[in-house]
Each structure stands twice: as structure tokens, then as C-alpha cells.
Write a protein that binds this ligand. Structure first.
Ligand code: CCH
Length: 288
């Protein structure tokens, strides 16, 4: 609740739809990457949540500790200052929302506005101090294999099917040599949420890229990419089964992604029983 209430006779009611609208308004940005800030906002929501460790209950979106030096400086988070800076004016406009609610809501709104499924989102996160930063190494390392991916995502509480569904977010956005060292997008529609990541994985002939950069895979035209951890999803039989299913059935992918992404954003968040399951209509519905 806000510290200062201007008019105590009029109870404060946070307007999450107004925040959704403000987020939707910063997505289109000519000249930035492929014309949308949506993908990097999804990555911010994911990296702020994906530090969760179910054994110790540490990490996760609650706290927004990536505001502080240790976590902001973790290699995996390179470039995410762009996303945090984009949201700063919205935080100023709605000072009552926590950074942790704002960053996760931005990821949900971005998915919806780019044509993806509705993501159930509810408020209740509070910001923590810098000493709550999780240790480095909790996010996946793109150069590694199946065992590593399983270790990382099982630690958060996900299973193989959820790992594959979540990875479908790589339909969006691109790699930047000055952030991760990798280059290019995964699909030809990097600002539209779709199952194209899975159809590219199953239908394209991927070859190791010959260059001085880190090991990555490219299509015959050389303008699309896969990380080693992306290729693992078709090299590992158990993962591949789900890749094939999502390549064939976009509705199934949308439903499974929505469930897994909502779960990701809520890992470690101590909601109280009065928190509604959903507080606002999606921006898409509002505009329809
Ligand atoms: Fe990812 N991701 N990701 N990713 N990611 C990168 C970019 C995006 C891994 C590595 C990378 C998820 C899982 C994984 C997005 C969403 C998700 C980049 C390039 C690397 C490297 C960063 C750069 O150079 O800018 C690895 C490894 C894994 C798992 O093993 C999951 C899960 C999600 C969300 C649910 C999005 C979106 C991007 C694009 C960002 C942009 O700026 O365009």
C-alpha cells in the first residue's frame, strides 16, 4: 500500500489496467532492433524470475534484486539495463507498483500484445534490498547440454514439457554480439509470438556456424540461429517429443506456454489468500 494517501476518505485502489496500457504504449519503437521492445521485456521478466531455487526459496521475481550491482552485473543479464530503463518512466508514473510487479507484468503484457496467449498475472511482489541478490550462475548457460538445462530448470521446479514450452519464447527477439556474444534471431517474425521456433527446429537443416564467435547453429541462408541449448531440444529424445508436438499444434503451445510462464513469474512469491487470481483484463481485450 502507498505510504501517503492524499485523501484518506477515498481509499486507494491501484489501477493495474492503466499500468498495462502504459506498458503497451512503449512496445513499438522504430529503430530499436526489429521495431519492438517486447522481446527484451520478456527476457527481463524471465531473468528476474529464473533465479529461483525451490530448496532454499531464494531468488525469483519477488524482490527485483537485479536493480543492484551484483545481479545486474551477472553475465547472463548483459543488456537488460535497456529493459529496466524503459520501465523507469512507468515506475515514476505509478510509484505505488513495486519494481518486481512491474517487471513481471511488463513481460506478460508484452507476450499478449505480440499476439501470444493471455498470461494470468497477479500483484503481490515487494522489492528487496541488494543483499538479497541471488548468486551468479542460476540462469542457463547457452553453451551447455541437456543435463545443465535440466539441472537449472528442475531447480526452479519445472519438468521437461515445461522447459520446452518456455523455450518457445525464442520465437521472439534476437541475440546481440555485444550482450551475449551470439548473433541473429531464431525466426523471421521476431516481434510476433508464435510456434515458429519449433517449426524452425524441426524443419530446418541446422549447421554449426563458421566464425570466430561462440558455437552457434545457422540455417542454410545464414540469417537465423540456434544456441547449443536450443539444439539440445531436438538432440534429446524426451525434449524432442514436445518440440514436435508444439511444431504441429500452436494452440497446445500457447496453452502450455501461458501456464508455464505464469508459474515462472510467480516462483517464490508469497501471495496472501486474498490476492485475486487475476486483477485486470488483458490489454488486448481492453482494446478489442
Ligand atoms: Fe533466452 N536467450 N535463453 N529465453 N531469451 C537470449 C535471448 C532471449 C537462453 C539464452 C539466451 C529462455 C531460455 C533461454 C528470451 C526469452 C527466454 C539470448 C541472447 C541468449 C544467449 C541475449 C542477447 O544477446 O541479447 C538460454 C540458454 C535459455 C535456456 O536454456 C526462456 C525460458 C525465455 C522466456 C520464457 C527472449 C525473449 C530473448 C530475446 C531478447 C531480445 O533482446 O531480443
Amino acid at each position: 500500500p502507498p505510504a501517503a494517501r492524499v485523501n484518506p476518505s477515498k481509499p486507494f485502489k491501484p489501477d493495474y489496467n492503466a499500468v498495462r496500457e502504459a506498458i503497451a504504449d512503449i512496445l513499438d519503437k522504430e529503430g530499436y532492433d526489429d521495431g519492438s521492445t517486447g522481446p527484451i521485456l520478456v527476457r527481463l521478466a524471465w531473468h528476474s524470475s529464473g533465479t529461483y531455487d525451490k530448496e532454499s526459496g531464494t531468488g525469483g521475481s519477488n524482490g527485483a534484486t537485479m536493480r543492484f550491482g551484483p545481479e545486474a552485473g551477472h553475465g547472463a543479464n548483459a543488456g537488460l539495463e535497456v529493459a529496466r530503463d524503459l520501465l523507469e518512466p512507468i515506475k515514476k508514473q505509478f510509484p505505488w507498483i513495486s519494481y518486481s510487479d512491474l517487471w513481471t507484468l511488463a513481460g506478460a503484457v508484452a507476450v499478449e500484445e505480440m499476439g501470444g496467449p493471455k498470461i494470468l498475472w497477479r500483484p503481490g511482489r515487494s522489492d528487496k534490498a541488494g543483499d538479497a541478490c541471488p548468486p551468479d550462475g542460476r540462469l542457463p548457460d547457452a553453451s551447455q547440454g541437456a543435463q545443465h538445462i535440466r539441472n537449472i530448470f528442475y531447480r526452479m521446479g519445472f519438468n521437461d514439457q515445461e522447459i520446452v514450452a518456455l523455450s518457445g519464447a525464442h520465437a521472439l527477439g534476437r541475440c546481440h554480439t555485444d550482450r551475449s556474444g551470439y548473433v541473429n534471431p531464431w525466426t523471421y517474425s521476431p516481434t510476433t509470438f508464435s510456434n515458429l521456433y519449433f517449426t524452425e527446429l524441426t524443419d530446418t537443416k541446422w549447421k554449426k556456424k563458421k566464425w570466430d564467435g561462440p558455437e552457434q547453429y545457422e540455417n542454410p541462408a545464414g540469417d537465423l540461429m540456434m544456441l547449443p541449448t536450443d539444439m539440445v531440444l531436438v538432440w534429446d529424445k524426451k525434449f524432442k517429443k514436445h518440440v514436435q508436438e508444439y511444431a504441429k499444434d500452436q494452440d497446445k503451445f500457447f496453452a502450455d506456454f501461458a501456464a508455464a510462464f505464469s508459474k515462472l513469474l510467480e516462483l517464490g512469491v508469497p501471495f496472501d489468500s486474498t490476492t485475486p487470481k487475476e486483477v485486470a483484463a488483458s490489454a488486448l481485450e481492453r482494446r478489442a
